[in-house]
Design a protein around this ligand. Structure first.
Ligand code: NAD
Length: 360
């Protein structure tokens, strides 16, 4: 069967890691018809829109996409295209497995954690009030009338919104994932001790949902304590479920536990659509240098193959990536202790294709 897949190359290092990933996927034994479409600053230059309608239409039609990272300017400019894509397509669950492949550069062993991050609300909802704007003055007025608090006049405000609906949906997703993949425990992270009505609601909902899954252990952790325990004894964790912002931070922390951002794949999943993408960003300083590690996006490709029920191809590609990591020869600078004798992005793809028996 030929799979119609939307491919968004992204910008910065995106096109290089996308090209390497496309090559290994084509050599995996599965068959693809790629629909290459664009998003971000380059799409705006070429098509006059950051997120062209044609890009959304392609994903809606194919239901499965794989995407390179897209740059988001800090502070000013447009809001994140990544966040917009997730919200517009209601890709409410972000799934980020962090497991150690033998030979990966890490001080730990036996880490195999799956981070499940809520993808649609929290501080990422984009509900913000800029300093000195009339609507911000109205909000300040409302706050002073409705509570005993004052918001300083020179404040910017970003709303942290957490609903019971979205919390229930993401915690259910985490438990269903745990059950389907033979996982034993789900840990919910929060700061409910301080942030009572948003994180508190997330925690209360998680506890309620946990009752429906008596076969799976449930526990919760305050997120600062979770950070400390993750770096001290990560092996105690199995599936983590978190609101959006904590999920973002903890994903990078867990990527660090298993060898870095070069080895951290991910998927954004909705009820009937999926976009696979690495945890890392567009690393603009490495753009065009054929230097960075394509394995995060390739491992996201492995997740895509499993999603497509291409189990044989997924096992073949994951096995080849694992073998290249274990040999430690044809790997990029981030996988070499002193950076010496590293190969480039495209040479990693060559080595993986060779392990799979050559290009198909
Ligand atoms: P980043 O992940 O792009 O890079 C941080 C550092 O991690 C890099 O300087 C590099 O040292 C290392 N790194 C990242 N990817 C690597 C790889 N494949 N191989 C080896 N090393 C790698 O984070 P950033 O610099 O904070 O963000 C850059 C841009 O990417 C920002 O505009 C940000 O908004 C965007 N971003 C996009 C996505 C996405 O498209 N999903 C995700 C995160 C960040």
């Amino acid at each position: 069967m030929v799979h119609n897949i939307t491919l968004i190359p992204g910008d910065g290092i995106g096109p290089e890691v996308s090209q390497a990933t496309r090559r290994v996927l084509d050599a995996s034994g599965a068959r693809f018809k790629w629909d290459v479409v664009y998003a971000g600053a380059e799409a705006e230059e070429e098509f006059g829109a950051l997120l062209p309608e044609a890009t959304l239409a392609s994903i809606r039609k194919n239901r499965v996409a794989i995407k390179g990272p897209v740059t988001t300017p800090v502070g000013s400019g447009f809001r994140s295209i990544n966040v917009a894509l997730r919200k517009k397509l209601d890709l409410y669950a972000c799934l980020r497995p962090c497991k150690i492949y033998p030979g990966a550069p890490t001080r730990f062993t036996d880490v195999d954690i799956v981070v499940v991050r809520e993808n649609t609300e929290d501080l990422y909802a984009g509900i913000e009030f800029e300093e000195s704007k009339p609507e911000t003055a109205r909000l300040r007025q409302l706050v002073s009338e409705a509570t005993e608090s004052e918001v300083r006049e020179d404040s910017g405000v970003s709303l942290k919104v957490i609903s019971e609906t979205a919390s229930r949906r993401i915690v259910n997703f985490a438990f269903e994932y745990a059950r389907a993949h033979g996982r034993k425990k789900v840990t919910a992270a929060h700061k409910a001790n301080i942030i009572k009505f948003s994180d508190g609601l997330f925690l209360a909902t998680a506890r309620e949902v946990a009752q429906e899954y008596p076969d799976i252990e449930f526990e919760d952790r305050i997120v600062d304590n979770l950070c400390m325990q993750l770096v001290k004894r990560p092996q105690q964790f199995d599936v983590l479920v978190l609101p959006n912002l904590y999920g973002d931070l903890i994903s990078d922390l867990c990527a660090g536990l298993v060898g870095g951002l070069g080895l951290a794949p991910g998927a954004n999943l909705g009820d009937d659509m999926a976009i696979f993408e690495a945890t890392h960003g567009s690393a603009p300083k490495y753009k065009g240098l054929n230097k960075v590690n394509p394995m995060s996006m390739m491992l996201s490709g492995v997740m895509m193959l499993r999603h497509l029920d291409e189990t044989g191809a997924a096992d073949r590609l994951e096995g080849a990536i694992a073998a290249v990591i274990a040999e430690g020869k044809d790997v990029t600078y981030d996988m070499k202790p002193d950076g010496a004798n590293a190969v480039g992005t495209s040479q990693v793809a060559d080595a993986i294709i060779k392990k799979m028996g050559g290009a198909k």
